[in-house]
Design a protein around this ligand. Structure first.
Ligand code: TXA
Ligand code: MG
Length: 345
């Protein structure tokens, strides 16, 4: 756990000036840390794509101050958008809206639309209020290398970009309270479409809109967080049902492999022998989804660094509140199922 104090006014002002000059700044939000640049400066936004190793056609989220003029960014802010903003901003909800024509398309990855979000983290808000006197937008994806686990501590950002000369400024803001990326709702295509589940869930959105958001179809725009493989540790990760964990753990260990284990049920319910469990790196996760999300990425990073050949994760309940963490783990596990099969051959 980081003991750093959140960045103060002097550091925040320096970061705002750096952004105004076209530089990159990593900053805390309540979801995950972002890697920011001036959304209206295409050359600055290019630096984000370079630093992350992210394809240039993947749109970024533009972060706005609480007092920002939303109509400056979008030429079609309808009643649905206004109601959602009143209900959930500042907070972990990103809205995809039609992009105003004077906003450069670089941050939007060439889309006609634009992703907008007002974060609630006090350091992010102070930065947004200082940058261009509160009238700018900071384009920021999660501050990690493309496809890798998102950062929830400033130290994670420094670990990700250790050898990156482009990133000289990382603002400190402690552990991100939500811990997983914002919910993304597309309002630019008629019916509201949930592009990425998050802390603000579909039921809460439905309460405000009066309709459930639809799930993405083939016409949905490319979104990094919606790629089959994403949020992935370097160690293969496999999801295993609670009642199969003990047997698989013991078989993989017998095959001479080092296993890391992530579970939320009590160890007595998993039924693994205490010897087997003592021999491995373990993350004991909260048994409810909000706490689980908060701890998820730090736990994945820790297990990824312990030298294991495999990370076994207990499958999650199916219910709606677990949807967002379930989505992240499914993408982290993508392509790893055959690793387990090969280890057990
Ligand atoms: O919580 C978050 O949203 C964090 C923090 C830093 O705010 N940011 C984040 O950014 O997760 P990123 O780039 O990792 O994910 C942004 C997602 C991408 O999947 C992107 O494709 C989608 O938002 N997105 C942004 N603008 C879009 C647009 N105009 N149309 C469709 N998808 C869009
Ligand atoms: Mg990301």
């Amino acid at each position: 756990m980081s003991m750093e104090q959140p960045s103060g006014a002097v550091a925040i002002a320096a970061a705002a000036r750096l952004l105004e000059q076209g530089g990159l700044v990593a900053f805390p939000t309540e979801t995950v840390y972002g890697l920011g640049a001036d959304a209206e400066n295409p050359a600055a936004v290019e630096q984000i794509y370079l630093a992350k190793g992210r394809p240039a056609n993947h749109p970024l989220i533009v972060h706005l101050a609480p007092e920002a003029d939303i109509d400056y960014w979008s030429d079609a802010v309808d009643e649905s958008a206004r109601r959602l903003i009143a209900a959930f901003w500042p907070g972990p909800l990103t809205l995809i809206l039609s992009r105003a024509s004077h906003i450069p398309d670089t941050a939007a990855g060439g889309q006609q639309s634009i992703g907008l979000r007002c974060p609630s983290h006090p350091v992010a808000q102070a930065l947004l209020r200082d940058f261009k006197a509160g009238r700018g937008g900071i384009a920021a994806p999660s501050a990690n290398r493309f496809g890798h686990v998102s950062p929830t501590l400033a130290q994670h950002v420094r670990d990700e970009f250790r050898d990156a000369p482009l990133l000289s400024c990382v603002l400190e803001g402690g552990q991100s309270a939500v811990g997983i990326e914002s919910t993304i709702l597309d309002l630019s295509r008629g019916t509201p479409v949930l592009l990425r589940p998050g802390h603000v869930d579909s039921l809460q959105i439905a309460e405000v809109l009066g309709v459930m958001p639809a799930l993405p179809d083939a016409a949905a725009p490319r979104a990094s967080g919606t790629l089959a493989s994403h949020y992935a540790p370097r160690t293969p990760l496999v999801m295993v049902a609670t009642d199969e964990l003990a047997a698989i753990l013991s078989n993989v260990q017998k095959a001479g492999r080092r296993v890391a284990l992530m579970h939320h049920s009590g160890i007595e319910n998993i039924g693994a022998s205490s010897d087997a469990v003592a021999a491995i790196a373990r993350a004991v996760m909260p048994g409810e989804p909000v706490g689980y999300a908060h701890d998820l990425y730090a736990a994945l990073r820790r297990l990824d660094q312990c030298g294991a050949d495999l990370i076994l994760v207990e499958t999650l309940p199916d219910s709606a509140p677990w949807q967002a963490v379930g989505d992240r783990l499914k993408r982290a596990a993508h392509g790893s199922a055959d690793v387990l099969v090969r280890m057990l051959l």
